[in-house]
Design a protein around this ligand. Structure first.
Ligand code: ZN
Length: 67
């Protein structure tokens, strides 16, 4: 039975770690109702899709590098 408990613990640690890293990575941006990358209207979140999020993050990083 310890295997099942170990597995559950590992899973919890994994989810916790991924939740923390997501929080740390996420910039504190406010939802505006439009995609921050292409300005399409979005109901929830900052971007209309993952591509726009990636685009935006890439642009942020390159802007920081250029400064
Ligand atoms: Zn977009």
């Amino acid at each position: 039975m310890t295997d099942a408990i170990d597995q559950a613990c590992e899973q919890e640690a994994f989810f916790l770690a991924s939740a923390l890293s997501k929080q740390a990575k996420k910039p504190h941006l406010q939802e505006t109702g439009t995609c921050l990358n292409c300005e399409a209207v979005v109901a929830v979140g900052l971007f209309c899709d993952a591509d726009c999020r990636d685009d935006f993050e890439r642009r942020c990083k390159s802007e920081k590098l250029n400064k």
